[in-house]
Structure formats: C-alpha cells, structure tokens
Design a protein around this ligand. Sequence first.
Ligand code: PEP
Ligand code: MG
Length: 544
Amino acid sequence: MPEPGWAGPGGRLSGLGVSQGRAAGPLVRMAGPPSLPAPRPVADPEAEAATVVKALEAVTADLNRRAATARTRGGGGAGGEAAEILEALAMIADDPMLREEAESRARSGADAAHALDAAFTGHRDALAALGGYLAERAADLDDLKHRAVAAALGLPMPGLPDPGHPYVLVAGDLSPADTAGLGPDVLALVTERGGPTSHTAILARARGLPAVVACPAVADVPDGTIVGVDGASGEIALGLTPEQAAEVMERDRAERARLAAATGPGRTADGHPVRLLANIGSAADLRPGAEGVGLFRTEFLFLDRKQPPSPEEQTAAYAEVFERAEGPVIVRTLDAGTDKPLPFLGLPEEPNPALGVRGLRVDRLLPDVLDAQLAAIAEAARATGADVRVMAPMVTTPAEAAGFARRARAAGIAQAGVMVEVPAAALRAAELLREVDFLSIGTNDLAQYTFAADRQHPALADLLDPRQPALLGLIEACAAAGREAGKPVGVCGEAAGDPAVAPLLVGLGVTSLSMAPSCVPLVREALAGLTLEECRELARDALA
Ligand code: PEP
Ligand code: MG
C-alpha cells in the first residue's frame, strides 16, 4: 500500500471516515430484498417445481450453516441465541407443507419465483391473522420469502453476508440491528449513505471497526475487489493485491498495539486530569483502559425486540456490565425513537420523529417503562455493589430534569444526571444543575438540533462538525455552569472520541470525555501532548 496517497492500482474513492483504523480485504456487498420480475410463461412445470425445491433447500442449508458458525463463534450467550434463531428459521424453510404448496403452484403453471412468493405470502397472512406472538413471526416469513425468491432467481441471499472468510462489508446503509449482528469476519464497513454521528458510525467505533460512510461511488465497485479502508481519512483504495492487504492489516495491528501500550488516567501534559470514560451498548463492548463507563446506551440491548424485556432480563443485562466494568458506570435510560426505534414500545408513528416523542419524552406516554428500568438498574447495582449513576436522554427543561432525578432517587439511585442534547437545555444548564448531580453533553444530537441538520444526512456533515463555533459556545456555557455549581460536566457525543477535537473540549472546561473504547488510546495520547493552557488556546481560537 503506497503511503501517503492511500490509493490502490484501481484508484481511490472518498467518503466520510467515521471510525479510526485501517483494514483491507475483499469487498462483499449486503444484498437487499430481490424485486420480483413480471411472471414468466412456463414451458416445463416439473422443472419449475424442481427449482422451488432446490431454492428451499439452499435457504435451509444457508441458515443451518450460519447457525453452526454462530455456535462455534459465540459459545453460549449471544452466539447460542443467534444459532437457535437461525435454526428455527431453517426449520420453517424446510416445512413440508410450505414446500408442497409452492411445488403445487409451480405444477399449476407459476414460475418458481412466483410460486414461492405466493406460498410464503399465504403462510404469512395466516400467521398475521392469528395475532399476538405468532403475528410477530410474520416478519420472519417475509425474510425467508426474500431468501427463497433470491435463490430461485440465482441472486445473492439478502441480509448480512456470511462468505466464510474475512471481508469488507459494503451496504447502501445499515440499520442499528444489522450493525449489532455483524460477525467477526467483518474487517471494515463502507456505506453509500449515513452521516458522521449515525448509529452505523457509533456501532463501528464500539467494535473498533474502521468505517467510511457517505460514499455513494462504492455502489459501482464489483464484489470481490480487494479494497483498503482508512476510517480516519475516509479514503478507500481499490484493487489491492492480497500481499498489500496483508501489509495494511499488519500495520494496523502494530499501530493499535503501540497505542494500547500507554495506559493510565487521562491527563494533559501538565497533569490536569480529564476522566476518559467508555461509551458502550452492552458488556461485550467493555475493554480495559477507560476510567469508567460514561454512557451505557441501554436501548442497544433491546433494538430488535418485539416483546418488552422482563425485569429479570433487564437486571441481568445491567448486572453483567456493572460486574465487569472498571470504575463508575453511568447508565442512560432508554433513548427510543427516530434513529433508534424500539418496536417493543409500540410507539405511534409520527410525522416528525426527531422532533417528537423520543428519549425521556416517551415517559409522557408510557411512564411505567422508566420506573421499571430504574428499578432494574437499582436492583443490579445493589446485587453487584457497583458505583452506578443514571442519566436521562433528550431532556429539555429543568422541570423534566427535576422529575427524572426524583424518580431515580425514589428507586434508590443516589446520583442522577441529564444529557444536554437540545439547545434549550444548554441555555439553562445552571438551572438543570440545581436539580441534578451532573450533565453529560450529547454533541451528536446537540449539533443536530442546534443546526437543524439531520445527524444521518451525508450532505450536511459540515454543519454537524463539532468544531462549529455555535456548538462550542453551548458546550462552554454548560462547562461554566458546572464550574459554578461544583458539579461535573462531561461530553459523551462522538466529538469526545476525536483526537483532534477532544483537547478543544478540555479547553472549554469539560471534566470528562466519554467515547468508544477503541478511541480511548488515541485521545489519551492527544491530551498528553498538550498543556491545559494550550487546550484553552485551541478553544479560544475555535470559538472565534
Ligand atoms: C448524543 O446525542 O451525542 C449521544 C451521545 O446520544 P446518541 O448518540 O445515542 O443519540
Ligand atoms: Mg443523543
């Protein structure tokens, strides 16, 4: 791989680098659901029936192979659970009634793809009519139908690929649930759409996977091309040789090892302490090196759930994090809505979801959800003896902050804070701090709402840049209110994990930085290279 140019023999593409590190490997695209072509006249119905059977066999075999891989990789826990789901799906694809119906439709003159489509749709509608849990399985039948139709048409299986070797995953976009389901063979992510603080970016950082978003040109790169991905600069080198790819991987490993060798608490060059905390979505994201957890995004535990998690299930998931984390843990209560839908809440559709009932506002419709979660957090804290604090997302007024703190304390959690994610909260930081013990600035949403710029929108990345003076002014005001009140004010948005921005935030006066664990070594190194006065100078320049 030539340096610096980061271009392969096949040239170079540019997108937005959103998760640091480099990786290289063959490109594999995530296929979308196939579109059903117009019905085709059938000359040989028996041959169509045979295609139907082969397609169903291919789907069953693919799901069973994925289940076996999940079992080997995951052992118990998540791997075992994934394997069970895949095996259950394989059994449905292998259901004799379904097969006979699709075969009979083919023998009556439908082409294989239409015969499968009609058979699956019939079963799906029958399940949906039963209601309750069975109706929720209807979506599984749609997924199986897409797979079977793709197999009959000779197209790649839709959904996350599993080629059986390490690869660079390319997709139009990834849902939070897709990203959460990525296997260990994924070396890097490249998406055509997505913005710098989209949840694809956040989950890539949580996994330490190099990632580039907003790269529409990647749609034209053929599958199998060996590409190099630079998650810092956003550049993609095309057409590398296997030897060049191996060299990229080796250099990345060496760089990660170098950074990981430095340990200890966050300090500027002159010893000013800045706590370096981790953003996590589950216990699986924990890595050694941070001084605690500054943001535990609890909604990531329950993204694909259609039924609410039971109190016991919640307590167990929280206790797993509390037991394994080093230092205090700040748990964020469920932040549902807009870019992080939680189907089990059954929230009504809204014309403007980002401006609607999301985050703490869900409490207006479903107050039991917050109380049940606070009770489960308190129970897990008691059981593990961990230092646990809670904070609420999308708080707008001091009255909301006061209500949240009262409920948290009533549940037995002594330390309660709120996130500052909307300008109204930043402008009233001092009043918020009269109600709560700390503030945590969510720069992802604070930028979105300050600049009226969708955080997922690739064309608005300049407005979402955390160095925008208007955003920095709001952060400075929060930090000043914290100093006045003698209470901590941290940043837990993605800006905190950017080594070019973190010193500036320290210069503005924030007391902690919470970031994806993979970013901690880079930020530690960046702070250690500057004095507090140098950080303040950076802040003054940026504000001006
Ligand atoms: C934020 O908005 O900055 C934040 C940390 O929360 P999330 O990214 O989960 O919305
Ligand atoms: Mg947010």
